[in-house]
Ligand binder design. Sequence first.
Ligand code: BGC
Length: 767
Amino acid sequence: MSEKLQTIIAGMTLEEKAALCTGASNWTTTPVERLGVPELICSDGPHGVRRQANVHETGAKSLPATCFPTASCLASSWDVDLISQMGQALAEECQALNVNVLLGPGVNMKRSPLGGRNFEYFSEDPFLAGEMAASMINAIQSKGVGTSLKHFATNNQEFQRFSISSEVDERTLREIYLPAFEKAVKQAQPWTVMCAYNKLNGTFASENYHLLTEILKKEWGFEGLVVSDWGAVRNRVAALKGGLDWEMPGPQPRRVQAVVDAVRSGELDEAILDESVRRILRIIFKSTETPKTASFDVDAHHELAHKIAAEGLVLLKNNGILPLRDQQHVAVIGHAAEEAHFQGGGSSHINPTRVAVPFKELQAQAGDAELTYAEGYPADNSFHQPLIDQAVQLALSADVAILYIALPTFKESEGYDRKDLDLTVQQVALIKAVSAVQPNTVVVLNNGSPVAMSAWIDGVAAVVEAYMMGQAGGAAIADVLYGKVNPSGKLAETFPLRLVDTPAYLNWPGSAGSVRYGEGLYIGYRYYDAREIPVLFPFGYGLSYTTFAYTNLKVSSENFRDVDGLTVSLDVSNTGKVAGKEVVQVYVHDRLSGLERPVKELKGFAKVDLQPGETKTVSIALDFRAFAYYHPEYKQWITEDGEFDILIGASAQDIRLSAAVTLQSTLNLPCILDNESTINEWKADPRGSKLMVEWQPFIERETRKSFESQERYGDEKDAEDGLGMGDIMQMVNDMPLFSGLMFVEKKLPQTPEDLVASLLKQVHSLD
Ligand code: BGC
């Protein structure tokens, strides 16, 4: 392969190479017919194939394809096998619709519930998002169809998404915003990675050498090509230098010429252009092997979309009204019962093959019960009291009222962020009015991201979070309401009580061109845990029609080496009367660490399917990274000797079992002591501590003497300034070694500068 590519590259003119690095149309590469280089076709993504009928024409209508559940719903299934099935089906549709690369999945973190595009992303947790993305990519690519992992990186909001600079410190980047990308790249090698629109720490993602070249290509070993988000490239030459291979969309003759000119003038090394050409050619030739089929199984894929949606719905509240049994009169209320709200606005919008209408699906399962319908709220943002009155009348005479409440697209979409967590004024008034007259009120929500519920949740009997559940979601809702499916979805994000409680609240959405990620590592449950802030529903939460017991936690070893990792096992039993599935979550808590760490972090999970009375043993492996954190000074993931707690939860706030384990680090870290290192830091460093055996007691002794000679410090208690000797020593040890030495300079054999320089020389020579 590579020889063939080398020959082609050698035969290409400079103009052809530059043109290949920019698209020929909205969805295709620039072919080089004379050298047998065909075009590659890509299409959105991520939860369906948005293949435009004519890929060379802008704005052409898209062909019908299955609209699978959006990532918001999919992620709540916590089921990587199911995600893999969806990936395979998506690939089959790409084969049938002649698409080589599907633009997805998206793995950006849900930094704030206000993110307009959160419905396209998996989670607030990088481990969960990474597992899901890797599973989807592996499945799609196993069928010869490529993917585009997006949007790399820190594209966590829509506000000024084309220009804003996400200001993120390196540790936060490595531990929160990059790991999902990292896992997907390392475990699944997507054919392409799509760079984000925004800047990261002042440099456009499309030109960001640190991100695209140093981290993605060199450190993680990404073999594919980097494509720009559509219109994300400002300076084409700078982008090539940064590591952006393929600019989209095209054609862009002006920019192609800029690349040619830059090579000719010596501004751009042709070797950089050749490397991008090589990466693009490699993927194009891979895509020539994408199987082509005449059609896909529309029915089977609709059924799969139905099954996935049913696994992704989350039962948030249930006073026992669900599953519905023999209610004779069911009042079905809400616009979304007739017009399903199953996907979001923007580039991911699919032309569905068919749509399950929630009302009809409910009717199909309701037996001989009578179902009546009231619209309840209008499709737009206006207020119509008569619609509420009509709904109340219907609910009054019914045995149960089911409210289908969808957050409208004018509130949530790609392209803009939400302004609040609220449903529309009319929707809130409707829920309150109906539940005031009908105690058996069930609310079914369709939205891409958490909504506030405090105003009405206490008054309703049950709440089902159905998210944007794909074209078959209407049937999945009916399954869950009537108990044909026992709900097993769990939240992949925290539902806060109030917007002001959310982690990014004070730093959202930024201003003057930048947004500071001031909450650092503390997004999602990491924040609520650390601040002990109550939430509406925690991460990992979801109810079932049965109950589960967790017992018999075992760890493969209580003392282990980081490189060996650990295996955790436990028994999960279905203690209820119906079959059900439970999502078991493994969190790791570090008891003591050199740098601050979140209280606990998700590092493993499993979904178990259990018949009533059945028990299964679940085993989950934890590797080096489950215990490590990124140290910005060492510039690597490190482990430290010490004790950790393995916490087994049914949610982030429902820890059922725990075990203590002791880790032994095998790392031999380089010495990072420098002129400003404190005495405490010298003592904490294994090599520095050897030298401090002499110098720290010396500093203490001389400091003590000097203070004692001032008499007033003789006694710990009676110092004039309220400081005892112990307090003073604490201060001294927290000073740079140099400063500590300055205070006892008269007793030193040499200047503090010379002494620190010589100690640093010694300590670094021990590396
Ligand atoms: C979106 C991408 C999408 C692309 C092509 C952009 O506006 O951010 O996610 O793949 O358009 O439609």
